[in-house]
Design a protein around this ligand. Sequence first.
Ligand code: GCO
Ligand code: MG
Length: 403
Amino acid sequence: MKIADAKVIVCSPGRNFVTLKIVTEDGLTGLGDATLNGREMAVASYLSEHIVPLLIGRDARRIEDTWHYLYKGVYWRKGAVTMTAIAAVDVALWDIAGKAANKPVYQLFGGASREEVLVYSHASGATIDHTVTAVADRAKAGYRAIRAQCAVPGHAHSYGVSKAGRAYEPAERGAMPAETTWSTEPYLQFAPMLFDRLRRELGSEIQLLHDVHHRLRPIEAARLGKSLEPYHLFWMEDPVPAELQEGFRTIRQHTTTPVAVGEVFDSIYDAYRLIQEQLIDYIRASVVHAGGLTHLRKIAAVADLYHVRTGCHGASDLSPVTMAAALHFGLSVHNFGIQEHMGHTPETEQVFPHGYTFRDGAMHPGDRPGLGVTIDETLAAAYPYQRAYLPVARLEDGTVHSW
Ligand code: GCO
Ligand code: MG
């Protein structure tokens, strides 16, 4: 089954997406998401200039061999751009494998390990009142797990707060990144008040998650985790930047609030110590940024040895192709924890018709052969790429900080 064609489709139905489409000599097609928010064209050119020429003529069934050919063959291993490009090829080949076998991809992974994939949604507000209402609205929509983010009074740039009436979308189109200001102490004092109110108003059954988004130092994250213990969060996400994996030891020594990390990870090597020392509870590495389904299944296998469960990234800047692949993975993997489902805009849903479904706070990938997602190339062409950047954060004294 030789690869006859491969092409990169860049579109922007509300936000930018990069998609790799592979076609075999007998007409089977496979899709892979190659979207790297804020650096989309780096991956698009990596694929079209350097990888697509290598794919033509390769046997589409040799998924494992192709993965190592692209990973070891580049010499300059790992990194967000390389691993997102490899992920796109990998996922597209699994899509083709499913279609060739006339099976949904999860059936190629040993079948379903559960009936449905628990997901969590986002809720945010400019005040605690607004955030309580937003969380309650998501609960009414059927979600059993909800991420809560709230503006810190007097601080305009808190992470994760959507602009009035719009879904949260951090990347902004324009010539330069927006700049935001961050102040840690007010946030550390405010966060427990938010969750105290959420628990008092909404009770103890709903699963509450919170994303710190790389903003703290280990001892500050330890303090935050301790202060949130009375509210039994499902997890505290990205408490500190994760380059220093040992830094998580301080957090672990001080708090039982579960920790999730890894949406920016691109291989097992970013997480090995975190997992082996059980410094985290959930690994958030995603299909699109961590080398595709082939590598993500290996990360999950290592995590399973150490009681670490999956909690894959699923923001709106990961396309419906990734959402579909994540659901096939999540339905099958043994040590599943939860899957993020931020959702997509209506125009994105039109560009990427898919077979996955939502019901009562959980999702299912569907049973169409392959991933069960397609791309309407004519519609995609109606939404041309527009450069967009994620924000850059600074402390109040102007020092650049983790956004
Ligand atoms: C999340 C993430 C997002 C990221 C975004 C970056 O938990 O969903 O932190 O909000 O900021 O995916 O592109
Ligand atoms: Mg996050």
